[in-house]
Design a protein around this ligand. Structure first.
Ligand code: IMP
Ligand code: MG
Length: 175
């Protein structure tokens, strides 16, 4: 089988891992004095990135997950639903939100606001991909893997209709 032949490589596995090592080093540096760092992934897309990133982080971390869903186009655009909440209490903790991609920004905006509302000491965002052209609400990315153009990407956690998540690279589907 191998890689489906309609998928072209945008960012190779080697490039991903190289950049992830740099992001992990920056996180290690910034959180060296943290009492408690809670790393939170957004299911399902961020899982592949989160695992590779956190294996390279050496400061102690706790790990948890959100799952979100956007309401369909029939309702308000950008209305985000929390489908699975985190289990850990985060009041007073440093929180690092880990996401695969920031697109319009609605998902992250909602989650970042919620984490601050719950009394996190600090909240930062680490996103592997930044589709800046598509942004509708401002979301500062503290640790950014790669800026990308406005194309639909798959692989390394990202899906098209639940497929392609397990590709070890970021690809795009050739029309
Ligand atoms: P936002 O709320 O528009 O920023 O949506 C972000 C979410 O949309 C991501 O977590 C992905 O699940 C999904 N998404 C956005 N762009 C892509 C893409 O190019 N490929 C796959 N999923 C995407
Ligand atoms: Mg996602």
């Amino acid at each position: 089988m191998g890689t489906p032949n309609d998928v072209k490589t945008l960012i190779s596995s080697d490039k991903l891992q190289e950049r992830i090592a740099e992001l992990a080093a920056a996180i290690d540096r910034d959180y060296a004095d943290s009492d408690r760092l809670v790393c939170i992934g957004v299911l399902k897309g961020s899982v592949f990135f989160l695992v590779d990133l956190l294996k390279q982080v050496t400061v102690p971390v706790e790990v948890d997950f959100f799952q979100t869903a956007s309401y369909g186009s029939a309702t308000e655009p950008g209305e985000v639903r929390i489908r699975k909440d985190i289990d850990l209490a985060i009041r007073g903790s440093d929180v690092l939100l880990i996401e695969d991609i920031v697109d319009t920004g609605y998902t992250l905006r909602t989650i970042l606001d919620l984490l601050r509302f719950r009394g996190a000491r600090s909240v930062r965002l680490c996103a592997l991909l930044d589709k800046g052209e598509r942004r509708e609400v401002e979301v500062p990315i503290d640790y950014r893997g790669f800026p990308i153009d406005d194309i639909f990407v798959v692989g390394y956690g990202l899906d098209y209709d639940e497929k392609y998540r397990n590709l070890p690279f970021i690809g795009y589907i050739e029309a």
